[in-house]
Design a protein around this ligand. Structure first.
Ligand SMILES: NC(=O)c1ccc[n+]([C@@H]2O[C@H](COP(=O)([O-])OP(=O)(O)OC[C@H]3O[C@@H](n4cnc5c(N)ncnc54)[C@H](OP(=O)(O)O)[C@@H]3O)[C@@H](O)[C@H]2O)c1
Length: 447
């Protein structure tokens, strides 16, 4: 059916039904939430644009397409060669109805309000033919609709620049939304940015299973939740692991997981990892190992003694004074063992961020790995904090990851559970000495 704006617009207004579609916002913004300048984007980021294209175009059902809703000025700012946005139903909002779309195009509709557009999408044929609805700007629309109740998620590319803009989006309301995923920083054409998805907070209904699921997200975003790194590892061990000679364990050699500590804290959500135990162990570890010299090398011991430094304070001291980078195999690698497994940790500083990589030669996947992820991530966050740095990446490298045969069924059940947003870690802002941390200084929010 070829439909342009005005006819369908007035039809919608005369209908009595109030059923409306919900939507997700997809935008890119500067540090100050700047969206554009002189009707142009203030950056040139082809990879970012490809992400926008993928998120708004891809569907799970090949027979369906998505809809994009935009303000009249954003429509006019879209280059002619990509207007209407291909593969999507373009809905342009204009109150004045002065918009002149001079072609009859079944891919474009004009509506006089967001409500009428969302109502239209809730009726035939759109209810069945449109899979997801994305609001893509600009600032005028976002002011009213970014934090509105019908917005299920916000996909925000955070462009790490401050440049003059004349159009802005509101900030993400963190009382309403929780981070689902934050990509590792990307550099493109000298500009640093990251992809972030925030999902609307849902308080689970007590006793009702499945009230808090996030399948509505685009598949490519849903699958980026970092918990899948762990779940895929566990699945891999179960499906492809080598059986031990006595038939009691399955194991895989050579595994790696990576977690982003910048916004969220990787306390797994598909199984219970006792936060109190993680905190207790880490504080004990700091107290004990932080004041003992446990290095085997005489040279290292001598050095530390001469500096009157404990093992952890030595590392912290070095990080504070040489905030460049720590190459492997030097005194800044630690032989740490918070968990029962032998662990080697290495710290790395770049862009005022502290990252940590640990190596464990052999570890158990059901209990030990989730626990180690939380414990070493917490240690990294505390060390970063006392060094005046931001926590960056936590990388978990494992020689042999194994599963006890007795735990296979439990893990299989866990693999059926959909992850939820990770919590957020808050450290007491005034604590600057590692040994002064107490449990009450480490708070997990939105758990
Ligand atoms: N960075 C990004 O992700 C991004 C995304 C999109 C756009 N942009 C930039 O943003 C700028 C354009 O944004 P803008 O804030 O100036 O304008 P806009 O929001 O794109 O469009 C404003 C116009 O849309 C119509 N409109 C707005 N709210 C409406 C509503 N609730 N119901 C019906 N019509 C409504 C009105 O059109 P009428 O005047 O016709 O009534 C209004 O004048 C450009 O610079 C563009 O490049 C950036």
């Amino acid at each position: 059916m070829a439909t342009t704006g005005e006819a369908s617009c007035s039809n919608v207004q005369s209908r009595v039904s109030v059923a409306r579609r919900s939507y997700q916002v997809v935008i890119a913004a500067t540090r100050d939430m700047g969206l554009g300048m002189n009707m142009k984007l203030p950056w040139d980021l082809p990879l970012e644009y490809r992400f926008f294209q993928d998120v708004t175009t891809k569907t799970s059902d090949p027979k369906k397409r998505n809809a994009t809703i935009m303000g009249r000025k954003s429509w006019e700012a879209t280059p002619l060669e990509i207007r209407p946005l291909p593969g999507r139903l373009n809905i342009v909002l204009s109150k004045s109805c002065c918009l002149n779309i001079d072609m009859i195009d079944e891919n474009v509709l004009v509506c006089s309000s967001m409500e009428s557009a969302l109502e239209l999408l809730a009726t035939k044929p759109y209810y069945f033919s449109i899979e997801k609805v994305f609001v893509i700007g600009g600032g005028d629309l976002l002011r009213d609709y970014m934090n509105a109740p019908s917005c299920d998620a916000i996909h925000l590319t955070e462009v790490d620049i401050s440049v003059p803009c004349d159009t802005f989006a509101p900030r993400v309301d963190t009382c309403l939304y929780r981070p689902w995923y934050s990509s590792f920083p990307i550099m493109e054409n000298g500009t640093r940015y990251s992809f972030n998805t925030y999902v609307r907070r849902k308080d689970p209904v007590v006793g009702v299973v499945g009230t808090e699921d996030y399948w509505f997200l685009p598949k490519m975003v849903f699958e980026r939740h970092e918990e899948f790194g762990y779940l895929n590892l566990a699945q891999n061990v179960i499906s492809n692991g080598e059986m031990s000679d006595n038939g009691t364990t399955l194991s895989k050699f050579g595994c790696q997981m990576r977690f982003n500590l910048r916004k969220t804290f990787p306390l797994l959500t598909t199984k219970k990892v006792l936060w109190e135990c993680v905190v207790e162990e880490i504080l004990e570890f700091i107290k004990e190992k932080g004041t003992n010299h446990i290095w085997e090398s005489d040279e290292a011991k001598e050095y530390l003694d001469s500096q009157e430094l404990s093992k952890l304070s030595h590392v912290i001291n070095k990080i504070k004074n040489n905030p460049i980078m720590f190459p492997p195999c030097n005194p800044f690698d630690l032989n740490l063992s918070v968990s029962p497994c032998q662990t080697l940790a290495q710290f790395y500083v770049a862009d005022s961020e502290l990252s940590c990589q640990i190596y464990q030669s052999s570890t158990e996947a059901s209990l030990e790995i989730p626990y180690s992820i939380a414990a070493y991530s917490l240690l990294t966050c505390i060390v970063a904090h006392v060094c005046g740095l931001v926590a960056g990446d936590f990388i978990h490298v494992i020689g042999e990851a194994y599963v006890n045969k007795a735990d296979v069924e439990t893990i299989q059940k866990q693999l059926q559970i959909s992850p939820k947003p990770f919590p957020i870690l808050k450290l007491h802002p005034e604590k600057t000495k590692i040994e002064s941390f107490e449990a009450s200084d480490l708070e997990l929010l939105q758990i």
